[in-house]
Design a protein around this ligand. Sequence first.
Ligand code: ADP
Ligand code: MG
Ligand code: MG
Length: 259
Amino acid sequence: MATLEIRDLHVNVLTDDAPKEILRGVDLTIAGNETHAIMGPNGSGKSTLAYSLAGHPKYQVTSGTVTLDGEDVLAMTVDERARAGLFLAMQYPVEVPGVSTSNFLRTAATAVRGQAPAIRTWVKEVNAAMADLEIDPVFSERSVNEGFSGGEKKRHEILQLALLKPKIAVLDETDSGLDVDALRIVSDGVNRYKAASAEAGEAVGIMLITHYTRILRYITPDRVHVFAGGRVVESGGPELAEELETNGYVRFTGVGAGA
Ligand code: ADP
Ligand code: MG
Ligand code: MG
């Protein structure tokens, strides 16, 4: 089973002015078959963690390590990270005008699998995954995320999850902007992939980044971590999420329940 290990990670965001330290010593271990919820107030650095794992050029690691099964993730290109089995669903998925969703998915699958999927089985696979996620087949021919609603973008992230079959998935605010029906469809998609990956013998490890406890009613976490000031400040079981639901983040920020 895969293990993602983050040790004392410090990250600066590069701005027009001086670089600004956002992550201040993140420690986190996520193994296959585990779901970890990362919860924290707005601005605490949760997305910065996701971008850093993705290898975004604006986020500069100044110290610390990230390994996937002992391999140095920080030394890998973005493509190599995907091939190693790391998947990242961003809070704000990018639009890719002029590239159809079906071409994008096939290119991504080719990159991750090391060879182009056979066309006949691939089409079946995509259609089945789209049906599971209640995505209209016309979306195949539309440009990636262009003009998609918030909910459609999130469903497309989970479509990629289902097709790329990662070992470790980082889902940044996959619940944001979803109505209750879309939340259920997206959560079912994540749970379906969890079950399928376990059945295939390589159970996925999930880092579920969220501001709200709502999605945790659908996707049950094994561990809950509170993120504040650029690091994990407390860890516990699902009961920690219940406490946050009641009390917000006051105890961790001292300045209110977060915007
Ligand atoms: P969260 O996802 O927890 O809401 P973020 O990681 O998005 O937090 O942001 C953490 C902090 O880093 C915030 O103060 C934010 O303003 C700052 N930040 C993040 N990205 C940038 C950027 N590209 N330029 C300037 N500041 C940034
Ligand atoms: Mg935010
Ligand atoms: Mg964020």
